[in-house]
Design a protein around this ligand. Structure first.
Ligand code: ZN
Ligand code: ZN
Length: 483
């Protein structure tokens, strides 16, 4: 499963790297000599809560690969949702709730019994819990999240199945295939029992012309029976998750393995927040999928542009180029992120953003448009800084985006604000020296402060809004007016 994902992105990454190599430049004329003026800035800051938007909020991926303790993850998350809500998180993404073929070890991507969310003993495993806990622990977590104003998003793995019983498959010339799912073969719930005709090939067609991870048990969504059980019936998987368990929306796993029309059909029937994992660094592939499915998608193009510019090319120029991310093409359907459970366990550094550059990447996604995701382990590692960035996203990160500078070492971007909201200016600096830059702001005769505290300067603007801003070496600053 993971190998196939890597192949599909690698080709594009090589191309992206070559483009960056051609556009790089080495000018270094903004390095300052004497250091920035230092004045205490803390007491000058506005209370940002006055700018909190009605539609504000940040997504949290509330797990990582191989979470521990087994059977205790839901309780672990429950102990943190109040803190996350106070930080400005408005949705959390939980692992796939159903029972996987590897039982209490499963991370959920080997779906077997969608209706066993931790209440049946299966395949000789006396422990009824999933890796994440019991059904009641899941329901407690969902209730607690709702009490804290947080929506809960289920990971939906519907491209393939695992863990069924062997049966002779007439569509495969009588070969034996693990395609039997019933009460004694990996489906103790007895709901959505499956047999060989529900997988490819079958009496409808050979395949669905999408990626196939598990060729023998690649689910066929053209089968009415499969549609009915996944989302159509009153007691479908989707209805059970939403109406009985209380999930509010969906994160669709590996949508390259089935047609976008099935995500659309699910959402049309059941509703709720939706985001698709289209594992592809090409923004147009993402945009085409968004248009066909009607669902937002994770912005893998943004993720790879950040990894290329920060880690590999060490050249921020490409951040200023038009159209090279989903969020630049379609911000309202772009779910941005800097890490997920796959990237963080990937041994290839070209497929993840280094810890040294992680906060720079977050400073980007938490000031631009798009719906940003915070990864569980990153929140643990950078809690203070991320709380600040989330607060800035939820308040000052509004209005038109204007890129002031995008060069090798520096990226400077202005959000125009609206009404009483003054907006912000982001200044990223990946060089090993403090930098300064002369900018024209929207703010006349104002004193500015860096709301991240990375720079302690307090520059003032002239009557035309002109001033000089600063960013420390290998860091960022986010400027707005003082009170
Ligand atoms: Zn099919
Ligand atoms: Zn990297």
């Amino acid at each position: 499963m993971k190998n196939l994902r890597n192949i599909s992105t690698k080709t594009f990454l090589l191309l992206g790297g070559m483009v960056l190599g051609l556009t790089g430049c080495t000018e270094d004329d903004n390095t300052i000599d004497q250091g920035e003026p230092v004045i205490t800035s803390q007491s000058l800051k506005m209370d940002l809560s006055q700018f909190k938007r009605d539609d504000s909020g940040v997504f949290m991926q509330a797990f990582y690969w191989d979470v521990e303790p087994k059977g205790g993850w839901y309780d672990q998350v429950s102990s943190q949702v109040e803190d996350w809500a106070n930080s400005g998180i408005n949705r959390i993404w939980l692992p796939a709730p159903g029972k996987g073929a590897s039982g209490g070890d499963s991370m959920g991507y080997d779906p077997m019994d969608y209706f066993d969310v931790g209440e049946f003993s299966q395949r000789g495993d006396s422990n009824v819990e999933t890796r994440f806990g019991s059904r009641s622990e899941l329901e407690n977590l969902i209730n607690l999240s709702h009490q804290n104003g947080i929506e809960v998003i289920a990971d939906i793995v519907m491209g393939h199945n695992s863990g069924g019983g062997l049966q002779t498959n007439p569509f495969r010339g009588g070969d034996e295939v693990y395609s039997l799912f019933d009460e004694t073969n990996g489906n103790a719930s007895g709901k959505f029992n499956r047999t060989n005709e529900h997988f490819h090939p079958n009496d409808i067609h050979q395949e669905d012309e999408q990626d196939e991870f598990f060729a023998e048990t690649d689910l066929c969504h053209d089968q009415q029976y499969v549609q009915d059980w996944l989302w159509g019936r009153d007691d479908s998987v989707a209805a059970f998750y939403k109406n009985t368990l209380g999930f509010d929306g969906w994160r669709f796993d590996y949508v390259k393995s089935f047609g976008p029309q099935w995500v659309k059909a699910w959402n049309d029937k059941i509703g709720g927040f939706s985001v698709g994992e289209n594992f592809d660094g090409n923004q147009q592939v993402l945009k085409d999928w968004v248009d066909a499915s009607g669902s937002p998608a994770f912005d893998f193009a943004c993720f790879y542009r950040l990894d290329e510019t920060l880690d590999r090319a060490q050249d921020l120029t490409a951040l200023g180029e038009a159209g090279n991310m989903l969020r630049k093409l379609d911000p309202s359907n772009a779910v941005t992120f800097t890490a997920n459970h796959d990237t963080e366990k990937n041994p290839n550094p070209d497929d993840r953003i280094s810890y040294a550059n992680k906060l720079l990447a977050y400073s980007y996604i938490l000031t631009h448009d798009g719906y940003p995701t915070v990864f569980y382990l990153d929140y643990q590692a950078f809690k203070g800084q991320l709380k600040t960035l989330i607060e800035i996203y939820n308040t000052l990160a509004v209005g038109d985006i204007e890129i002031i500078e995008a060069s090798k070492d520096e990226y400077i971007m202005k959000r125009g604000g609206n009404g009483d909201n003054p907006g912000l200016i982001l200044y990223m600096n990946i060089s090993n020296q403090t930098k300064q830059f002369d900018v024209t702001t929207n703010w006349a005769n104002k004193t500015l402060v860096d709301y991240t505290d990375n720079s302690r300067a307090t520059p003032t603007t002239d009557a035309n809004g002109n001033t000089t801003i600063y960013a420390p070496a290998g860091s960022y600053s986010i400027w707005s007016v003082t009170k």
